[in-house]
Design a protein around this ligand. Structure first.
Ligand SMILES: [Zn+2]
Length: 511
């Protein structure tokens, strides 16, 4: 049984409607690794619905979080002064909106395209509308108990008078620098500190503010369970670095139970997507952005990348490696045509909507060769391979795949798989031996009568063999004469796609 279906089956036993939630701090351009979380949650949401469980999917944009790291692609001169300010109050890199809206919108667009369509919520709005007020009061009234929980679960000590609330400084607007010192039942007193964090400097202001209605936020370990309780979240996972023993999740679970009297959501810890063995990082520029990757793969193939791997398994993804993208397409196609129930389910859950049903399409790797051959009709080639006419949908899918093949060739394909027919006799023909030249001269005569590529390919091989050439020597001779390199696409198809007089002349020149 597919892993998300197993989870859904287990949750279905509760016989209760479910709220599946995920969240993200829009601290900059989001990396493809962050898509894993939302796809995992989307899968469980879909699996729940398939199991006839009522399920609602929410996604919280944590826009009250401070800017705590400056992404490498942003101007230091423009943004350094915003370190510590809530992301929602920082200007966007372009346009008139906020920083958090700008990067959240980019990410939402990508995951919507991947078929994940949660209700989008903003933590700033939850605070402003008072949805969290009740829990803020519980937190402040139980500050000491929360401190004990922190210490017991994670072993981290806080100062004795620790007040788990971060007001937005009324003078400088920073939230990352404020330290609350007391709570009198109505107001939180605080100081905007110089020493609280290394990445931002406070202004020294001392003030008093009501903690309700968006004047500040709860620290993350407390805010997380407060959001569960406020929204009624029943399913939420997290990246495995938060799932370790004594980590954020453990602390949040205990706070949910002991402070909010709320049973923690079903947990789905998950592994990260690694890029060259490293965890991707938005601010360090490690890995490819979600937007970039969504432009080089069709949505269902990008989804497939994440669907087929169990949540606690590593997932390496480096599109710049030679085989990554062609392999992914091959594996997608093999799941698409598989009769194995698990693979069928994986394919089904990779689709954005109902999908096109069964269809024929040429292998990605074959298309990589074919699109580089001049004058070839790809629909005709497909129909030969399919042994029948392409449907309208198949023609559209072919066109789409050609688009992605061209992107691959343009951006990721290594030199070995790229070729162009040389207009002049390549200088590399000097490397051909006597037998190879003799073969080319014979081949020049064969071409005039050649029609069927399959038969011609055999004929080429046999002609070389009769001259005592190995298969590799035979085809190298052709590629050298036409492309100036030792490898290329299937020779017969290449030759038949070209003007016959041109090929005959070239082979004679080379022999
Ligand atoms: Zn301040």
């Amino acid at each position: 049984m597919f892993w998300a279906d197993k989870i859904a089956e287990e949750i279905a036993k509760t016989k209760k409607p479910q709220i599946v939630d995920d969240a993200k701090t829009p601290s900059g351009r989001v990396h493809v690794g962050a898509l894993r979380g939302i796809i995992i949650h989307d899968l469980v949401h879909r699996a729940l619905k398939a199991a006839k469980v009522k399920s609602h999917f929410t996604y919280i944009i944590d826009d009250m979080d401070p800017m705590d790291d400056l992404p490498v692609y942003l101007s230091k001169a423009k943004y350094e002064k915003y370190m510590g300010v809530p992301l929602k109050n920082i200007p966007a890199p372009e346009g008139s909106g906020s920083y958090s809206d700008y990067f959240a919108a980019e990410f939402i667009k990508v995951f919507n395209r991947l078929g994940a369509d949660p209700e989008i919520l903003y933590s700033s709005k939850l605070y402003e509308k008072g949805n969290l007020d009740k829990f803020i009061k519980l937190v402040l009234d139980n500050a000491e108990k929360i401190q004990e929980i922190y210490e017991k679960i994670s072993g981290s000590r806080r100062p004795k008078d620790f007040i788990p609330f971060q007001p937005i400084c009324e003078k400088c607007g920073k939230i990352g620098t404020s330290v609350a010192s007391s709570w009198d039942g109505k107001f939180v007193s605080y100081e905007c500190s110089d020493e609280k964090v290394s990445w931002a400097k406070g202004c020294g202001y001392k003030g008093k503010v009501s903690p309700f209605g968006g004047k500040g936020k709860l620290p993350w370990r407390v805010e997380w369970p407060a959001k569960w309780a406020a929204l009624g979240v029943t399913v939420e996972g997290e990246g495995k670095d938060h799932a370790s023993k004594g980590g954020t999740r453990d602390t949040a679970n205990v706070i949910a139970r002991e402070i909010f009297d709320y049973s923690p959501p079903y947990d789905i810890p998950y592994e990260h997507i690694l890029f060259g063995g490293k965890k991707m990082s938005s601010s360090k520029g490690v890995g490819a952005s979600a937007l970039e990757v969504s432009e080089v793969l069709p949505p269902e193939v990008l989804r497939f990348l994440m669907v087929r791997v169990r949540s606690m398994q590593h997932l390496e993804f480096d599109p710049s490696l030679e085989h990554t993208i062609p392999d992914l397409f091959d594996e997608f196609d093999s799941a698409r045509t598989s009769e194995d129930p698990d693979l069928k389910r994986i394919y089904e859950l990779s689709l954005i909507d109902e999908g096109p049903g069964k269809y024929f399409i040429l292998r990605f790797r074959d298309l990589v060769n074919l699109v580089q051959i001049p004058n070839i009709e790809l629909v005709k080639e497909s129909e030969k391979k399919k042994d029948g006419a392409l449907t309208k949908a198949e023609k559209e899918l072919l066109e789409e795949r050609i688009k992605y093949v061209k992107i691959y060739l343009d951006r990721f394909a290594p030199q070995e798989v790229k070729f162009t027919v040389k207009e002049e006799l390549p200088k590399e023909v000097k490397t051909l031996n006597k037998k190879q030249k003799e073969f080319l001269s014979k081949l020049a005569k064969l071409i005039t009568s050649a029609k069927d590529a399959e038969k011609f390919q055999n004929n080429i091989y046999q002609t070389g063999k009769d001259l005592g050439l190995t298969s590799s020597e035979t085809f190298k001779a052709i590629y050298t004469a036409l492309l100036g390199k030792e490898s290329g696409p299937k020779a017969a198809w290449l030759i038949l796609s070209l003007d016959k007089d041109f090929v005959v002349k070239r082979l004679k020149e080379a022999s």
